[in-house]
Design a protein around this ligand. Structure first.
Ligand code: UDP
Ligand code: MG
Length: 166
């Protein structure tokens, strides 16, 4: 006789809520941000130095992977920028080589991470920021950082499922 799995999803949700409250799928984390180390930085061998900078500034890694975006993936990820003049260049660049995607945790994660990476244009980024130290140009600017809690959650779920968080 076939097993009735119609309630399986709800059972799993209850188990998650009971035994792993930090992974409760019904609550949106406000202390997380999402980052990518971009192809210029992975290609130049800066990955380890950037991860070290992130950890030593108080961020905890919740999930991380080395991967490469297809052009279609990059277009989907940056759909919010599709009307901006640099969209074509940005999506081609972001799919041109490996990236490291990660979900990071810290109090005030989104704002603190934007502070740590510095301005979009590395020429304007404060000394000591990741972009000032590792970025090549306004397009090839070493790292991505989410600009809001909602976007951090959406961008994180573009790459990671709940079971990949630790
Ligand atoms: N970008 C670009 N030219 C510009 C502005 C942005 O190539 O004039 C790229 C750059 O890689 C940047 C990304 O598009 O990181 C997203 O732009 P946004 O304005 O969101 O900057 P960010 O939030 O990354 O600082
Ligand atoms: Mg942005």
């Amino acid at each position: 006789m076939a097993c009735d799995r119609s309630n399986a999803g709800n059972e799993n949700k209850d188990l998650v809520t009971t035994f792993a409250p930090n992974l409760n799928p019904n609550t949106m984390a406000t202390n997380r941000t999402f980052t990518m180390i971009k192809p210029d930085a992975t290609g130049a061998g800066h990955t380890g130095k950037i991860i070290d900078r992130v950890i030593s500034n108080g961020f905890t890694i919740k999930a991380m992977k080395w991967t490469q975006l297809s052009l279609a993936d990059a277009q989907a990820f940056y759909a919010v920028h599709s009307e901006r003049p640099f969209y074509g260049e940005l999506t081609e660049y972001m799919s041109s080589g490996p990236i490291v995607a990660a979900i990071l945790e810290k109090d005030n994660a989104v704002a603190d991470f934007r502070e740590l990476i510095g301005a979009t244009n590395p020429a304007e980024a404060k000394p000591g920021t990741i972009r000032a130290d590792f970025a090549e140009s306004i397009a090839a600017n070493a790292v991505h950082g989410s600009d809001s809690d909602d976007n951090a959650a959406m961008e994180g779920s573009f790459y990671f499922s709940q079971r990949e968080l630790a």
